[in-house]
Design a protein around this ligand. Structure first.
Ligand SMILES: Nc1ncnc2c1ncn2[C@@H]1O[C@H](COP(=O)(O)OP(=O)(O)OP(=O)(O)O)[C@@H](O)[C@H]1O
Ligand SMILES: [Mg+2]
Length: 152
């Protein structure tokens, strides 16, 4: 029987991560529980899943941005596929703690985002950069959206 090149999904994803790090020379700027984040350009990062949950997060964030970008509180993102894996490209944001903005000067919704994962984008806007797990906050903020009018 032909040997599979990778024994696990995690191994397959690690190989993709190494491709972007070693061949494309994108430096790592962050790592969460599900995705590793590499600097692609001065304005963009890419989020590479490290497991199945990371793949789900990428797909969900992309869908959320498409549906709720007009809320104005989501970091801009888009998806591309590399070796059949969905990779999220997102606008680079500066973490709010690095900007000197005091916590009490952040918009109200920001404190509801878990671990206040918000930053400032190139337009000076405060946006959320990790929103796959924050449906409730985003929907709440987006009261302008009539849930009944949501189309799937
Ligand atoms: N758009 C961005 N611009 C700059 N840095 C970012 C951006 N998105 C993520 N990061 C950095 O990468 C880290 C990991 O990203 P993210 O939180 O999206 O991953 P995750 O695996 O979903 O994390 P979690 O464990 O919080 O669910 C962040 O904590 C942050 O430091
Ligand atoms: Mg995170």
């Amino acid at each position: 029987m032909k040997k599979l090149p990778y024994k696990t999904l995690e191994g397959y994803l690690l190989n993709i991560e190494n491709y972007f790090k070693k061949v494309k020379k994108y430096p790592e700027i962050g790592c969460g529980s599900f995705r590793v984040v590499l600097q692609e350009t001065s304005k963009t990062v890419i989020k590479i899943p490290i497991d199945d949950m990371g793949i789900t997060c990428n797909l969900i964030e992309n869908l959320m941005f498409k549906d709720y970008n007009e809320s104005g509180i989501l970091a801009k993102c888009d998806l591309f596929y590399f070796r059949k894996i969905p990779i999220l490209r997102m606008e680079y944001v500066t973490h709010w703690k690095e900007t000197g903005i005091p916590k009490n000067k952040l918009p109200k919704w920001a404190n509801k985002i878990d671990h206040i994962q918000v930053g400032v984008n190139s337009k000076g806007k405060v946006v959320c950069f990790d929103y796959a797990h924050n449906w409730d906050v985003i929907l709440g903020q987006k009261l302008k959206i009539n849930l009944i009018s949501m189309t799937f």
